[in-house]
Design a binder for this molecule. Structure first.
Ligand SMILES: [Ca+2]
Ligand SMILES: [Ca+2]
Ligand SMILES: [Ca+2]
Length: 161
């Protein structure tokens, strides 16, 4: 292997990690089809409609966003714990993990809930039906699927973020 080949390989790896950082859950080797997305939309709708009345209320949107924020906070804190364990090699306790993690909790602002409701609730009756949810999500997919083949490549998914 000559140096040119090694450089080319490294560039591909760097580009790949940049793309996956932009688009969590979609690695460069993966694509997302419209059928896969439809399944995911049904699952997401069911997960958000916690009282099962077929409509996602504002309170349910808020709860869903809060669950996602809590998951993101947990992920960040796990990452920080790993970093902290590396930093605090002499274990003198001068920096506590709690201090290190202070201020990194992700919170959901009321504006974010309003924005999400406005985005999904197309007939403005303060609740999101499965049909509204599906239409908006598939609309986003179709916007990103620039070559209209019904498959979202990692490049397409990452391009608009
Ligand atoms: Ca509901
Ligand atoms: Ca509605
Ligand atoms: Ca495509």
């Amino acid at each position: 292997m000559n140096i040119r080949t090694i450089l080319a390989a490294t560039t591909v790896i760097l580009a790949a990690s940049a793309a996956s950082a932009q688009t969590p859950g979609v690695t460069p080797a993966q694509t997302l089809t419209r059928a896969q997305l439809t399944q995911k939309i049904e699952a997401d709708f069911k997960a958000s409609d916690t009282n099962g009345d077929g409509r996602i209320s504002k309170a349910e949107i808020q709860a869903a966003l809060q669950r996602r924020a809590a998951q993101a906070t947990t992920a960040i804190h796990q990452q920080q714990q790993a970093e902290f364990n590396k930093l605090d090699t002499n274990k003198d306790g001068r920096l506590t993990l709690a201090e290190y993690q202070a201020g990194t909790a992700i919170t959901v602002r009321p504006e974010a809930v309003d924005r999400r409701l406005q985005q999904l609730d197309t007939n403005r009756d303060n609740a999101v039906t499965a049909a509204e949810f599906r239409a908006v999500m598939l609309g986003e997919f179709d916007k990103l699927d620039t070559n209209k083949e019904g498959v979202l490549s990692a490049q397409e998914a990452g391009g608009n973020r």
